[in-house]
Design a protein around this ligand. Structure first.
Ligand code: 4G3
Length: 224
């Protein structure tokens, strides 16, 4: 899976490319991440890519031309890339959407800053608008990294033992509780069944715990 990222802050992506699960997936060539500095596509000596909003008001708006020029260059390499704009107005991210995106070969994330981008880019150049939740952050970069991590960990070979299949939400349930040594902490014992060595019983218990915990904490997940 190839990720292109259009951003004013390419260095932010070292947070996922230098360390952890995604860094290892890059080393294994399962994932590639390429950042595109939007300022490189500015048409002025100050490298500006934003301007004042028509109609007045606070803040600045990202202009059409640098974004379009950058997308044109990306599409020379990756003609079939899906262009995703991260914004509070997008389709709300959940595991279902992560699964849909994880079958693609190439995704291009457009990361907005300021008050957002010129609406004509959204109308003509974007395939999908995605939101990571109903709140505002200072730029699309952290949202893009959330998506890359969520998609990346679902790709075959990224996690050792296919352990992401057991993640919360992957089967529409929350994960079961986990315990490790020691057996007793301040008088609280590990549930006996986990010490039994009887794998079928352990699997049944975990399944039952998953369902109970989902009923209690996230009953909305059981609706669909
Ligand atoms: C566009 C995404 C981008 C318009 C980006 C702000 C939250 C999300 C931005 C805008 C973002 C999200 C940059 N904040 N919920 N900030 O996915 O008003």
């Amino acid at each position: 899976m190839q990720f292109n990222i259009i951003t004013l802050f390419p260095n932010m992506f070292s947070a996922i490319s230098d360390e952890g699960v995604i860094a290892r997936a890059i080393k294994k060539s399962i994932i590639s991440i390429k950042t595109w500095q939007l300022r490189d596509f500015s048409d002025n000596q100050y490298k500006n890519v934003d301007d004042k909003p028509y109609g007045g008001g606070a803040g600045m708006v990202m202009q059409v031309k640098p974004i379009r020029d950058c997308l044109s260059e990306i599409k020379q390499d990756s003609p079939n890339t899906k262009v995703i704009y991260l914004s509070p107005q997008g389709r709300k991210l959940n595991q279902q959407l992560v699964e849909e995106l994880s079958v693609l070969d190439s995704i291009t994330f457009l990361c907005g800053r300021y008050e957002g981008i010129d609406e004509r880019v959204i109308e003509n150049d974007i395939d999908m608008e995605v939101s990571i939740g109903d709140y505002v952050i200072s730029g699309g970069e952290l949202a893009a990294m959330v998506l890359i991590d969520a998609i990346g960990r679902r790709l075959s070979g990224v996690l050792g033992n296919e352990s992401s299949l057991k993640d919360s939400f992957v089967n529409n349930l929350l994960d079961h509780p986990h315990y490790t040594r020691p057996e007793v902490v301040d008088g609280q014992r590990v549930p006996e069944v986990l010490l039994s060595g009887h794998q079928a019983k352990i699997d049944d218990w975990r399944q039952a715990q998953s369902i109970e915990k989902t009923k209690l904490k996230r009953p909305d997940l059981l609706d669909d």
